[in-house]
Structure formats: structure tokens, C-alpha cells
Design a protein around this ligand. Structure first.
Ligand SMILES: Cc1cc2nc3c(=O)[nH]c(=O)nc-3n(C[C@H](O)[C@H](O)[C@H](O)COP(=O)(O)OP(=O)(O)OC[C@H]3O[C@@H](n4cnc5c(N)ncnc54)[C@H](O)[C@@H]3O)c2cc1C
Length: 330
């Protein structure tokens, strides 16, 4: 990969925007993982800088209510929760920069990160917490009703659908697993799949087919989600006949895939076959001093608490790394 960070920085300089800053810890991403890493790094006097990216607070800031983060017995708004994370990290000296990492060069220390605003960071260590994004259906109503009946996480939101009717969109392992999980709460779960057979494994398929609360809408796609303040209806289309129909529903759970935000690190960091960063049990990537935490390195748990825990662990390890590996010129 031809990074050419020097010429990008020079271009930014000639455009009047170049700046360079040496930092001990640069954190890329401001979701639960990044902000927890920031808290721990700040309390270790490492004066971390956090590049927020486009979504300050990360995915959880999109959700109306979080009921499974300990310490808030009545639940807490997603945005409110991450604002508390941010305040706590800032109290100990973490600094948030409203900027995005545009290019990275991890070939030697200090590691170089060039931002979209044309600033170049020279970082003794880096914590990557750029998260992941659920793949969207991109149908009318989906964004409008996210957190109001549209969900990408059964563990997070299933409880809100006690005795209700929900749909699960998708036909892979996670759609079926999450659909089965939702039967604990919902009265009925309809799995909407665009083909006439599942991609999920045979055991999961068998479990779903024998569950009396689950039914299937084969060869069907969702065309629109609508409601009044919360989801009430979906418009469906039969992919074979083209027939359209409307169904009343309380919730739509979308599991058509999940994509880690790692394209920035292609050819520099080891990834698994799905693009998640590979870390050891100390959050270390294949490059010493470059750590990864949260959903960017976690295809399994995908929760605020697990992401925050990984962020804390990454910062503790970054502190050890810096103690053991001071840069020669320092
Ligand atoms: C609608 C919804 C509801 C949810 N509800 C719950 C819940 O109730 N309970 C629960 O435990 N979990 C919930 N989750 C899951 C939870 O939000 C995630 O597990 C958690 O946010 C992951 O944290 P993270 O820090 O790893 O990544 P993310 O939250 O994905 O944050 C990634 C961060 O990286 C930044 N970023 C990306 N690219 C760049 C770049 N190039 N440069 C700089 N920054 C970058 C983004 O701006 C963002 O700040 C929910 C998720 C969604 C979508």
C-alpha cells in the first residue's frame, strides 16, 4: 500500500493546515472501547488524544435506552451513557479531537497517523477502536425507526419486545441465533429471508424450524418500515411473484451482516477472514505497541460492557508497553 504520508502532510501544509504532534497514546475511535481506553490511559498520565471519527460516542449513542450496562438500574440513554464516559476520561486529561484517521503508517515507531484535517500524529503507541457497523437494509423507515422498533441487537433490545410480534431479517447463523433468542420474549418471531433456504447451519435450522414461536417468510424482502413514533408496519415483497403485502409488527431485527471498520489498516495489520483485527488476549495486534479493542476486534460479544472492558485492557497494556519500550530519542 502506497501511503505517502509525507506528501499528504506537505499538501496539507501548502493548503495551510499541516500540523504535527507527538503523542504517547493515540486512540482512534470514540465509542465505549475508545473512551474507556482514554480513561485508563489518562489515569496513567499518558495524556491520550482521541480521534472521534464521525460518530462521537460510537454506535451506542444511537440507541434510546441501555438497560444492560451495570450501575444504572433504571437504564440510561445511549447518548447520556457515552457523554458520562467522555466526561470521566476528560476529567483525567484525555483530549478529544473531532477528526478522522485518514491514513496510517505502522512500519516503524513513532507510528504515523494522518487525519482528514491534515494533522499528522507521531504516536508512541496506538489503540484502535474504530468499531463495526451493522449492514443496513437501506429501506425507507429503517434509519427513522432505529431504536424505536428497528434493532440490530437482540441481546440489547429483545427485552423491550415481551409478548410482542417481531420480525427477523436474514438467513445466516446470526439471524437464526438471534431469532431463537427473541422467542424468550416475543410471542411470535417471523424470519424473513430473501431465498427459499437458510444459510445457517443445520442444527440451528432444525432448532428454529421446531420452535413453535418461529415462522418463516421465504423468498421475501422488506421494502419499507413505517409507524407513528415507533414501528407498526412493514411492507414486504415476494421475490418470486413480485406481490407486495403489508403486515403489522412491533419490531424489526436486522441481521444481514456486520462489517468491522478496518479498511484503513489493510496490508498493515493482521485480520481474520471477515476483516476483524486479530489480537492476542492482551489486545496486542501483530505490530508491537498497536492495540485494538472493542467491536473492531470482536465478532462475538458486541456489547458496551465487553467493548469497554477491551478498551481498558488495551490502555493498561499500552502503559506496560511504553514503560518497557521507550523510544530512543526520548
Ligand atoms: C442501535 C444499537 C443499539 C445498541 N444497544 C446496545 C445495548 O443496549 N447494550 C449494549 O451493551 N450494546 C448495545 N449496542 C452495541 C454497542 O453499541 C456496541 O457493542 C459498542 O458501541 C461497540 O463499541 P466500540 O467502541 O467497539 O465501537 P463503536 O461504538 O462502533 O465506535 C466506533 C468509533 O470509531 C469511530 N471511527 C470509525 N472510523 C474512524 C476513523 N477512521 N477515525 C477515527 N474514528 C473512527 C467512530 O466515529 C466511533 O466513535 C447497540 C448497538 C446499536 C447499533
Amino acid at each position: 500500500m502506497d501511503l505517502n504520508l509525507d506528501s499528504m502532510a506537505a499538501n496539507a501544509a501548502s493548503a495551510g493546515g499541516a500540523q504535527e504532534e507527538a503523542v504517547k497514546v493515540l486512540i482512534i475511535g470514540s465509542g465505549p472501547a475508545g473512551l474507556s481506553a482514554a480513561l485508563y490511559a489518562a489515569r496513567a498520565d499518558l495524556e491520550p488524544v482521541i480521534l472521534t471519527g464521525m460518530e462521537l460516542g460510537g454506535q451506542v449513542s444511537l440507541t434510546f435506552s441501555v438497560e444492560n450496562y451495570p450501575g444504572f438500574p433504571e437504564g440510561i440513554g445511549g447518548m447520556e451513557l457515552v457523554e458520562l464516559f467522555q466526561k470521566q476520561a476528560e476529567r483525567f486529561g484525555a483530549r478529544l479531537e473531532y477528526d478522522l484517521a485518514g491514513e496510517v503508517d505502522f512500519s516503524e515507531r513513532p507510528y504515523k497517523v494522518l487525519t482528514q484535517n491534515g494533522k499528522r500524529y507521531l504516536a508512541e503507541s496506538v489503540i484502535i477502536s474504530t468499531g463495526a457497523s451493522a449492514i443496513h437494509l437501506n429501506v425507507p423507515g429503517e434509519n427513522e425507526f432505529t431504536g424505536r422498533g428497528v434493532s440490530y441487537c437482540a441481546t440489547c433490545d429483545g427485552w423491550f419486545f415481551k409478548d410482542k410480534e417481531v420480525m427477523v431479517v436474514g438467513g445466516g447463523d446470526s439471524a437464526i441465533e438471534e431469532g431463537l433468542f427473541l422467542t424468550r420474549y416475543a410471542d411470535n418471531v417471523t424470519i424473513v429471508h430473501r431465498r427459499d433456504e437458510l444459510r445457517a447451519g443445520a442444527i440451528l435450522e432444525e432448532r428454529a424450524k421446531s420452535n413453535p414461536k418461529i415462522k418463516f417468510a421465504w423468498n421475501t424482502i422488506v421494502e419499507e418500515i413505517s409507524g407513528n413514533g415507533a414501528v407498526q408496519k412493514v411492507k414486504l415483497k415476494d421475490t418470486q411473484t413480485g406481490d407486495q403485502r403489508e403486515e403489522e409488527i412491533d419490531g424489526v431485527f436486522i441481521f444481514i451482516g456486520h462489517k468491522p471498520n478496518t479498511s484503513l489498516f489493510t496490508d498493515q495489520l493482521e485480520m481474520d477472514k471477515n476483516g476483524y483485527l486479530v489480537v492476542d488476549n492482551r489486545m496486542q495486534t501483530n505490530i508491537p505497541g498497536v492495540f485494538a479493542a472493542g467491536e473492531v476486534a470482536d465478532p462475538h460479544f458486541r456489547q458496551v460492557i465487553t467493548s469497554a472492558g477491551m478498551g481498558a485492557a488495551a490502555a493498561i497494556q499500552a502503559n506496560h508497553f511504553l514503560e518497557e519500550n521507550p523510544l530512543d530519542n526520548k
